[in-house]
Ligand binder design. Structure first.
Ligand code: FES
Ligand code: FES
Length: 207
């Protein structure tokens, strides 16, 4: 086999591997939705004939973007480095903390474990997309009121998970809040106030 064919084979194997990783992480985050959109993806061969880039259409916070991304690029990197939406944080960067949580059509996902190519033509909401007309989302207000944070690094991910939880279950009890937020870790241990913030937002019907 020629070196060129070897390179191409390695690229495709790596991509399949990453796709598998991405789907696995999505499942771990209790997400039932398939995010594969290969049928609509347009790939571009690189100089050596390999396929490592593609043009994707992203709908982020009600704005449309058409950008070229590398096959290995994660949604977290695209949001932060390409779209300048730095509210989404990258903490562990391997799918264990939930700090990078965003909503994919209303479902919380780990954006550090999601390939941008796999969310082609899908609707994404980040922490920046929660406010409306310059006014914070009621869940954001509840986190401020109840002091639901310490260092704040995990907070955007916590708030996105809370928004998804309350959209699905408007009146959760404490156990349901703990379960619903269990994909999001807080290394400061601010859990009591985080849970209190979510319960407060639910109690006030503020979601
Ligand atoms: S930064 Fe994505 S799960 Fe930790
Ligand atoms: S508030 Fe510091 S990690 Fe959660």
């Amino acid at each position: 086999m020629t070196k060129e064919k070897d390179n191409k084979k390695n690229l495709l194997s790596r991509r399949n591997f990453l796709k598998g990783m991405s789907k696995g992480a999505v499942t771990a985050a209790v997400i039932p939705t398939s995010i594969t959109s290969a049928e609509t993806r347009k790939t571009i061969p690189d100089e050596k004939g390999g396929v490592d880039k593609g043009v994707v259409n992203l709908a982020v916070n009600s704005k449309s973007y058409k950008i070229e991304v590398e096959a290995r690029e994660t949604l977290a990197d695209t949001l932060r480095k390409r779209l300048n939406l730095t509210g989404t944080k990258i903490l562990c960067n391997y799918g264990s903390c939930g700090g990078c949580t965003v909503l994919l059509e209303g479902v919380p996902i780990y954006s550090c474990m999601t390939l941008t190519m796999d969310v082609n033509n899908r609707k994404i909401t980040t922490i920046e997309g929660l406010e409306s007309n310059g006014k914070l989302h009621p869940i954001q207000e509840a986190f401020i009121e109840k002091d639901g944070m310490q260092c704040g690094f995990c907070t955007p991910g916590q708030i996105m998970a809370a928004a998804a939880l309350l959209a699905k279950n408007p009146n959760p009890n404490l156990e349901e809040v703990k379960y619903g937020m269990s994909g999001n870790l807080c290394r400061c241990g601010a859990y009591p106030k985080i849970f209190d913030s979510v319960l407060s937002a639910a109690k006030e019907g503020r979601r």
